[in-house]
Design a protein around this ligand. Structure first.
Ligand SMILES: Cc1ncc(COP(=O)(O)O)c(C=O)c1O
Length: 385
């Protein structure tokens, strides 16, 4: 007889290691140990005040029932206005779907555009959940091993090589996690055209838009309407736990995504949707938060080499530095564990982001407080020095 308590084969996916690291850090704190949090990929500050006020008003005024599956019309209209203001783009609100974070966005993208067996390119290193969710859905992730000397982004030839046995699509984030590197507008356009030339769908994860330290990031919609854009209020807008994001869809995927949302989660949290409408008007507060990240980045980028971690590509976006630790260890998992145990510094092993070479890298997040980062740099110099 079949043991009904056995987990399914499709659930046998790798853990999201950073969440395991976060748990180890919390356990250390619960035992009275102190932890410097350079592992978490989330802002250290709460949502801006006008967002909190909008949520408080919604609590008082609205019954907070379900919304349309695709989201509150006012939020979809506000997101469309954001594309006009930031990118000078006309995006019809009907093409916008409000999601429970970009996590739901990329799952909906995969479910609506690809069948089991679809071959979809992604990068190593890259955001681990793309690969893992694809596997769970019976898709075939096609990993492109990117290189530090190419800014951790795929070249045209690498994308073409990924398509040699056929390619149904590609998903890329710029700015990227875990490297903080970005595509130039020319390279973004080139990759979109290369993927489309191979007959595939380009999915652009723009969750770190807004968090750039040189020029503004370009949106994939500037180059094509036949792409999926995934975005979120989690990072720039400091709203990780509100679980709210959005996607922009090509016309032919609007109704399929609507049907999927109806069946999967009915609608995104209504309270968060009201709050998110206000988030676009919090620019001044959010730019102040970003100024702290910039300061943190400059500090960490100057101090890590002094601790002996010299091989790091400069981050122009997001809030991460991806450091080559080969001079000290070839096992980033053990190294991160030992570092947490002996110094109280939590960072994420590269293995999370790159199953092949991540054993030689560690991701440091600079989204936290400047004094914590300065203290981490000091302890790291003592520990490795
Ligand atoms: C590249 C990338 N995409 C998607 C996500 C998921 O974020 P959320 O679901 O909070 O929008 C993250 C979170 O760290 C990320 O780094």
């Amino acid at each position: 007889m079949k043991n009904t308590l056995l987990p399914s084969k499709r659930s046998a996916i790798d853990p999201f290691i950073v969440m395991d690291v976060m748990r180890a850090a919390r356990e250390r704190e619960e035992k009275g140990g102190n932890v410097l949090h350079l592992e978490v990929g989330q802002p250290g500050t709460p949502a801006p005040k006008i967002v909190l006020d909008a949520a408080a008003a919604a609590l008082r005024q609205d019954k907070l029932g379900y919304t349309d599956a695709m989201g509150l019309p006012a939020l979809r209209a506000r997101i469309a206005a954001h594309y006009r203001e930031k990118h000078n783009l006309d995006v019809a609100p009907e093409r916008i779907a409000v999601t429970t974070g970009s996590s739901a966005g990329f799952v909906l993208a995969f479910l609506s555009a690809f069948d089991a067996g679809a071959r979809v390119a992604l990068t190593n290193p890259g955001y681990p959940c793309y690969r893992q969710v694809m596997k769970t859905l019976g898709m075939t992730p096609v990993a492109i091993q990117t290189r530090a000397e190419h800014n951790w982004m795929p070249t045209r030839d690498e994308m073409r090589a990924a398509g040699k046995d056929g390619l149904d699509g590609a998903i890329l984030a710029s700015p990227a996690n875990p490297t903080g590197t970005m595509l130039s507008p020319q390279d973004l356009q080139m990759l979109i055209e290369t993927v489309q030339g191979l007959g595939g769908l380009y999915i652009s994860d723009e969750i770190y838009h807004g968090l750039t330290y040189g020029g503004q990031a370009h949106c994939a919609l500037e180059f094509s309407d036949d792409v999926i854009v995934v975005n979120s209020f989690s990072k720039y807008y400091c709203m990780t736990g509100w679980r709210i994001g959005w996607m922009v869809l090509p016309e032919n995927l609007v109704r399929p995504v609507e049907r999927l949302i109806q069946n999967l989660y009915i609608s995104a949290p209504t309270l968060s949707q009201y709050a998110a409408i206000a988030a676009f008007d919090a620019g001044e507060d959010l730019e102040k938060v970003k100024a702290v990240y910039r300061q943190n980045r400059d500090l960490l980028a100057a101090e890590l080499p002094r601790a002996g971690l010299t091989k790091i590509v400069p981050a122009t976006g997001a809030f991460y530095l991806y450091a080559d630790i080969r001079d000290f260890s070839d096992d980033s998992y053990a190294f991160a564990k030992k570092m947490l145990h002996e110094t109280g510094i939590a960072a994420t092993p590269g293995l999370d982001f790159d199953p092949e070479f991540g054993h030689a890298y560690l991701r440091f997040s600079f989204a936290g407080k400047t004094d914590q980062i300065a203290e981490a740099a000091r302890r790291l110099k003592d520990w490795l020095g």
